[in-house]
Design a protein around this ligand. Structure first.
Ligand SMILES: Nc1nc2c(c(=O)[nH]1)N[C@H]1C(S)=C(S)[C@@H](COP(=O)(O)O)O[C@H]1N2
Ligand SMILES: [Mo]
Length: 315
């Protein structure tokens, strides 16, 4: 699990304006700024362009963010292979534009939305969040996004909507890892409606001030910082509201190991390893593993969502 020295150029810039950013800029919520292109040593950090956003101090950790090289070079995105460096090498085949998202199920406003229409009303914020992977490593990532709850509210979920389900693109031509049955594709994740409405849950469209690199889930992905990383589903093509708890990919594949809730919890070990400590990616091989915090340190904000629940049973 050693990180290979990355050759990724910091902040490579892609010149062409894209409809994605043109759409956001149209409303004045964000503007694409032209910057000179720099030499790219790795092809798969493509379509990088600056975003305009405000910083959220309220929702950002003071910890030092990981480098762009770590964040874009050490990934879990099994649609591009199961190795941590596979997504950086293979995600160039994903075409994140044009893109659309289907919204359906228990909601009044349904339909297929072009990416620009979906994102346009939402001003972007930078949120520096910890990301704690269930595999006991972590990173600190300066995401650019907006509250998931603001998006959910637009679709007017009915009173029967207790959960929201998210689905990743399924297309083995673009996602070569889907030719292997490591998971039952497409990747599906979900949240309880009150979790989805919590202000800490965001839709991320960028990081380090630029649009999301493919390997991080372009063009839009979920980020739920108090839960293990596998809840933060990438490259979303469908949002469905439901009365019943969605059947989510990891909980289906190994129900004893991965639950629906997946709240970060040092008191509940994974059946095959301890969750008490974590390795911070980029800290160096000699750095000691740091203690994992309950709800990944976001307990003051989110613990009340689980009042009265047995978190060892609802893991
Ligand atoms: N579609 C999809 N989403 C996914 C995954 C995946 O394999 N496929 N991996 C998850 C896991 S296990 C983690 S830890 C995070 C990693 O996000 P990052 O690569 O942007 O750091 O993405 C999550 N989202
Ligand atoms: Mo993960």
């Amino acid at each position: 699990m050693r990180i290979k020295p990355s050759e990724i150029t910091p902040e490579p810039v892609y010149r062409a304006r894209r409809e994605f950013l043109a759409g956001i800029a149209g409303l004045g919520a964000a503007t694409a700024l032209a910057r000179p292109a720099v030499a790219q040593t790795v092809m798969n950090v493509a379509l990088i362009e600056r975003l305009k956003y405000t910083r959220s101090a309220r929702y950002s950790t003071a910890e030092t963010p990981n480098s762009l090289a770590d964040i874009t070079g050490y990934n879990n995105f099994y649609e591009f292979g199961t190795g941590k460096d596979d997504p950086a090498r293979n995600a160039g085949s994903l075409r994140p534009r044009p893109w659309s998202v289907v919204v359906d199920g228990e909601c009044e406003v349904k339909g297929r939305y072009a990416l620009d229409d979906l994102l346009q009303p939402h001003p972007l914020e930078e949120r520096i969040y910890r990301l704690r992977c269930v595999e006991a490593w972590s990173m600190v990532i300066p995401w650019i996004g907006f509250p998931l709850g603001d998006l959910v509210a637009r679709f007017k979920p009915t009173s029967r909507a207790k959960f929201v389900e998210f689905t990743t693109l399924q297309d083995p031509k673009q996602m070569p890892g889907q030719r292997f049955a490591v998971l039952d594709w497409p990747y599906v994740e979900g949240l309880r409606i009150d979790e989805a409405m919590h202000p800490l849950a965001i839709i991320a469209v960028g990081l380090y001030g630029q649009v999301l690199p493919n390997q991080n889930g372009a063009p839009l992905r979920l980020v739920v910082p108090w839960k293990y990383g596998f809840k933060s589903i990438k490259s979303i093509v469908r949002i469905r509201f439901s009365e019943r708890m969605p059947a989510t990919s990891w909980a289906l594949s190994a129900p004893r190991e991965y639950g629906f809730y997946a709240n970060v919890n040092p008191e509940v070990d994974h059946p095959r390893w301890s969750q008490k400590r974590e390795r911070r990616i980029g800290a160096g091989l000699l750095a000691s593993r740091q203690p994992t915090l309950k709800f990944n340190g976001y307990g003051a904000d989110v613990a009340q969502l689980y009042a009265g629940m047995d978190l060892a049973r609802n893991f």
